[in-house]
Design a protein around this ligand. Structure first.
Ligand code: ADP
Length: 304
C-alpha cells in the first residue's frame, strides 16, 4: 500500500435544485442521485482513481446503505478488509442540496463513522506502516486519526489533515501532522478571521504554519490556493473550468495531492496536480463519482 486513509464513509442523497430552498420552504427540484460519499471515502476513491494503492480504514453499519457503500468501494477497486461493520449501527449519510450554480448545503448524520476507534487502527497497522502518505479528515474520532498519524510518521510517511468539517483544533494536532488543507471557512474558524482573497489566503497559510504544521495549504475554491511551507510561500491560481457541482472538490484535491506526493513530486507540482483534480471534479456530479481518473488529469494538464 502506498496511501492510507482513515476516515468516513457515507451514502450521499443529492438533490439537484433550480435554486436552494429557504428554511420552511418546499421546492421541486430537477433530479437526485444516491452515491458514495464521506470525506474519507471520497479521498480514498480519488487517490485510487489516479492509480495509487490505497488502504482504507473506516466503519459502516450492517444496513442497506452499508451494502451500497461496499458495492461502490469495490467498484473503484478498494479493498474492504479494513472496513469494520457495526451490526447495531447505521451507515453514515449526507443529505445534499445543490443549487443551479453548483453551490450546496449539506446535512450529515455520522452513524458508524463516529465509532471508528483504536482497534480499527490497530487492525490496519501493517498497512499504515507501509504507507508513504496518510489522508485524514475530521469526520471520524480524532483519537483514531492521531494514532494512525503516529504510526505513519514513525516510518517517515507524510500525514495530510483536511480539517473538515470545520472544528477548532487543539494546537497539538497541528504538530502531529505534516500538511493541513483547510478551505477558506475552515481556515477562518482556526484563525478567528476569514481570508477573503488569495493574498489573505497566503497570510492565513503563513499564520497556520507558524502554529507548528510543516505546510499549510488554504484552498480557495475558484480562486485557487495559497501555500506556506519550507521553501515555498505562494498563491497558485485555479484552473479555468465551468463548475456544475462543487461537492467534494476538496476531497478530489486531497486525493490528488496524496497521489502526486506518493509518486515523488515536489510540493509545488503536487499542488498543481491536486488543483487540476479539484477543478475537474467540479465539472461532474456527485462526490466520489466526480473524482477524475489519471488519464483525465493528464489530458487536462497537457491542455492547460
Ligand atoms: P472544499 O471543497 O474543501 O471547500 P475548495 O472548494 O476550495 O475546497 O476546492 C478545492 C480545490 O479545488 C481548490 O483549491 C481549487 O484548486 C479546486 N477548485 C474548486 N472549485 C473550483 C472552481 N470553481 N474552479 C477551478 N478550480 C476549483
Amino acid at each position: 500500500m502506498t496511501i492510507a486513509v482513515v476516515g468516513s464513509i457515507n451514502m450521499d442523497v443529492t438533490a439537484y435544485m433550480y435554486r436552494l430552498p429557504k428554511p420552511g420552504e418546499t421546492l421541486h427540484g430537477k433530479e437526485y442521485i444516491v452515491g458514495l460519499g464521506g470525506k474519507g471515502a471520497n479521498q480514498a476513491v480519488a487517490a485510487r482513481k489516479l492509480g495509487s494503492d490505497v488502504a482504507f480504514i473506516g466503519r459502516i453499519g450492517a444496513d442497506d446503505f452499508g451494502k451500497g457503500a461496499e458495492r461502490a468501494l469495490t467498484s473503484y477497486g478498494l479493498d474492504l478488509s479494513l472496513i469494520a461493520k457495526d451490526h447495531d449501527g447505521a451507515t453514515g449519510i449526507a443529505i445534499i442540496n445543490v443549487g443551479e450554480g453548483g453551490e450546496n448545503y449539506i446535512s450529515v448524520i455520522a452513524g458508524s463513522n463516529f465509532r471508528v476507534d483504536l482497534s480499527d487502527v490497530e487492525k490496519g497497522r501493517a498497512a499504515l506502516e507501509q504507507s508513504r502518505v496518510l489522508l485524514l479528515q475530521l469526520e471520524v474520532p480524532l483519537e483514531a486519526s492521531l494514532a494512525a498519524a503516529a504510526i505513519v510518521r514513525a516510518r517517515g510517511g507524510t500525514v495530510i489533515l483536511d480539517p473538515a468539517p470545520a472544528k477548532d483544533l487543539d494546537p497539538t494536532v497541528l504538530k502531529a501532522v505534516d500538511i493541513i488543507t483547510p478551505n477558506e471557512s475552515e481556515a477562518g474558524l482556526m484563525l478567528g478571521w476569514q481570508p477573503q482573497s488569495p493574498e489573505e489566503g497566503l497570510r492565513a497559510a503563513k499564520e497556520l504554519r507558524a502554529r507548528g504544521v510543516k505546510a499549510a495549504v488554504v484552498k480557495l475554491g475558484g480562486k485557487g490556493l495559497a501555500v506556506a511551507g519550507e521553501g515555498i510561500e505562494k498563491i497558485l491560481p485555479a484552473f479555468k473550468v465551468t463548475p456544475i457541482d462543487t461537492v467534494a472538490a476538496g476531497d478530489s484535491f486531497n486525493g490528488g495531492l496524496a497521489h502526486a506526493l506518493e509518486q515523488g513530486q515536489g510540493i509545488e507540482m503536487a499542488l498543481r496536480y491536486a488543483a487540476a483534480c479539484g477543478a475537474l471534479s467540479t465539472t461532474k456530479k456527485g462526490a466520489s463519482a466526480a473524482a477524475p481518473t489519471k488519464a483525465e488529469v493528464e489530458a487536462f494538464l497537457s491542455r492547460a
